[in-house]
Ligand binder design. Sequence first.
Ligand code: ZN
Length: 40
Amino acid sequence: MYNSLIEANDAIEFLRKTKYVKELSAYKCTVCGFWHLTSK
Ligand SMILES: [Zn+2]
């Protein structure tokens, strides 16, 4: 999980470069209030 959208986007950037993940986006979880990544 990530504290902010900026952190989440950084993680997405990293994963795209290293793991060739195509579809990744960040969303703010309504349960815990942190940001998560989804591959949908
Ligand atoms: Zn959550």
